[in-house]
Every structure is written in C-alpha cells, then in structure tokens.
Design a protein around this ligand. Structure first.
Ligand SMILES: [Cu+2]
Length: 225
C-alpha cells in the first residue's frame, strides 16, 4: 500500500497510521469502484451510428434500494472505524501515564520554550531549566508534556510522533508520548497564530538516555552558574 507518511517514531504512531491506512483502503475501494463504473458506462453506452437513445423512467423502489443499501454500508463502516479509533484515542489522549520525564511547553508568538523541573522534580523552583526551541527527550521514556500558551491559541505538532495538541492561553493541557527512535524530528505550530506563524518552528531531539543525561547535566551547569 501507498506509504507516504513521515517516518513513525513513537509507541502510538503505528496505531494512528493503521487507522489512516484503513480509511485509505475503504475510500480507495469506493473510489476505484465508482470511477471504474463511470468509465465502463462511458464506453459501454457511448454514441453509436444507427442506435437511438432510449428514454427510461426512474423506478422509485429500485432507487430506494440503492440508497438504503449505501446508508447501511456507510453506517456500519462508521461504527467499525469509530470502535477502532476509540481505543487509539484513549491511548493517546485519555490514559496518560504518570511520565518518567515531565516537561512544560510554553508557546508564544512565535517561539517554543521548554521548561525542565531540574533536580528537585518541581516546577517553578530555582533549579528549573529553560531551553529554547529544541525539545530534548530520552528514548523509550514516557514523556509527559504540560502545554501552556502566553498569548493566543497555538497547536503543538510533532508529525513523526503523530502527536498534535491545541494549546490555549489560561489553561494547562497535558499530552504524552514515548519515542522509539533517536534523531532530530520536526516541531511545528499547526494553528494559524499570527503573522509569524510559519516561522514558529522547533525540533524534537530524541537521545539515548546517557546522551540525554549528559545534555541535561551540561545545560544545568550552564544555567545555574
Ligand atoms: Cu503558533
């Protein structure tokens, strides 16, 4: 099947891709079936010399059967997709693990700032670390994000993680993910938030735990000196 999504680097990204491809397959099937029938009809019933077009009246009951049949098929598909999607939704947006690492995400026109709680594990204390633009996280850890905005509505979007969450001023919104691959990935704001919206870029840096700890120690040293 057509694989055109960005690479998938979190524990739930595969589930989300599964739903997308499932919907692709259903829509693709109906696309080919209906378009195919149109092309078949164009060829089969094209104008031919000596053959006169016939006038046919509609048949209400025959037409109704088609409409009712399609309504049933679509309704059943809706339930199938919903039940498949509900489990993934719960995993991504409802059942938050406590989190091995907790990071505050502060969005503002037009930049991202990440706050790490420091050695005491508490936010809003002297040893908090403030890191611009790049979200550093260790691989295979449950990352709990606390999303806040200083001004307008933004949307935190990590395409490779398949995580997208709106951020509202005046609220703290939770999100989580667990990365399964090291590397540098994209961070976008996906809510039009002003003239600099397209420049509101950041990145996600997934590191081996030892590299992450080293980065954390170095940054702590730099900021507390
Ligand atoms: Cu924004």
């Amino acid at each position: 099947m057509l694989k055109n999504l960005p690479q998938s680097v979190s524990t739930f990204s595969g589930d989300i891709d599964g739903i997308l491809y499932f919907i692709y397959a259903i829509v693709g099937f109906f696309f080919v079936a209906t378009e195919g029938y149109i092309v078949y009809s164009l060829v089969r019933y094209r104008r031919k010399d000596g053959v006169k077009a016939r006038y046919e009246t509609g048949e209400t009951w025959r037409e109704m059967r088609w409409i009712i049949g399609i309504v049933i098929v679509v309704t059943v598909l809706d339930f199938v997709i919903d039940s498949k999607g509900a489990g993934v939704w719960a995993k991504v947006k409802e059942n938050f693990p406590e989190g091995d690492v907790r990071i505050k995400v502060v969005a503002q026109q037009f930049s991202w700032t990440f706050v790490y709680p420091g050695a005491d594990g508490q936010f809003d204390t002297r040893d908090d670390l403030t890191v611009p633009r790049v979200l550093h996280v260790p691989i295979h850890s449950k990352i709990r994000l606390i999303l806040t905005s200083k001004d307008v509505i933004h949307s935190f979007f990590l395409p490779e993680v398949r995580l997208k969450q709106d951020i509202l001023p005046g609220r703290q919104i939770n999100a989580w993910f667990e990365a399964t691959r090291t590397g540098t990935f994209n961070l976008f704001c996906s809510e039009l938030c002003g003239l600099g919206h397209t420049k509101m870029l950041g990145s996600l840096e997934v590191q081996e735990p030892a590299d992450y700890e080293r980065w954390l120690a170095e940054t702590t040293k730099e900021q507390l000196e």
